[in-house]
Design a protein around this ligand. Structure first.
Ligand code: FE2
Ligand code: FE2
Length: 174
């Protein structure tokens, strides 16, 4: 991801508004009640991101779009809730995982307290979200994509068809 892209994302994330009401209504229509609870506790910028990803997934799949793929797009980042990090805190978390601290050091911070622990939880948001979706009785495809979306090395082993995986991933980076 280019630096310009990261900056644009960061600036977009600072805008505090809620998603458009028609997009929120779409989430309520597609998601099961338990899935919707996980979605609704996310802050505005996370719901806006999830709905943007779901819209572009729906557009890209066209006639092949199905509610389970849209649910996977809407729920892929629900695990971010647990870290409770602000937008600047997330920037620090991303830099820590990519920089000198490295991913394994960051995950060892899970036992620590404060910001270090939040950074560790943020780094594992995919796995944490998958666990929450399963515990809530949500769709398998959504749990699978949450766990896998930052692990391209697993994508050929998923039950989600690879062309759908590619669409979900591309939509996450627009
Ligand atoms: Fe993510
Ligand atoms: Fe995402």
């Amino acid at each position: 991801m280019s630096r310009g892209h990261l900056v644009r994302r960061f600036v977009a994330a600072l805008w505090p508004g809620a998603p458009r009401p028609e997009d929120e209504a779409w989430a309520a229509e597609v998601l099961d009640p338990e899935e919707l609870l996980l979605f609704r506790r996310l802050p505005n910028h996370d719901r806006r991101h999830a709905l943007r990803v779901a819209r572009s997934t729906d557009d890209a799949l066209g006639a092949d779009s199905e509610p389970r793929w849209i649910a996977a797009a809407m729920l892929h980042d629900v695990g971010k809730y647990d870290a409770g990090l602000s937008v600047p805190g997330r920037a620090i978390a991303t830099l820590a995982a990519a920089g000198r601290a490295g991913p394994s050091r960051v995950s060892s911070w899970e036992e620590r307290a404060g910001l270090r622990r939040q950074i560790a939880l943020y780094a594992q948001h995919g796995e944490i979200g998958a666990e929450q979706i399963r515990r809530a009785g949500g769709r398998d495809e959504a749990a699978e994509w949450s766990a896998a979306h930052h692990h391209p090395e697993t994508w050929l082993t998923l039950t989600i068809p690879f062309p759908v995986v590619q669409v979900l991933d591309a939509a996450d980076h627009t």
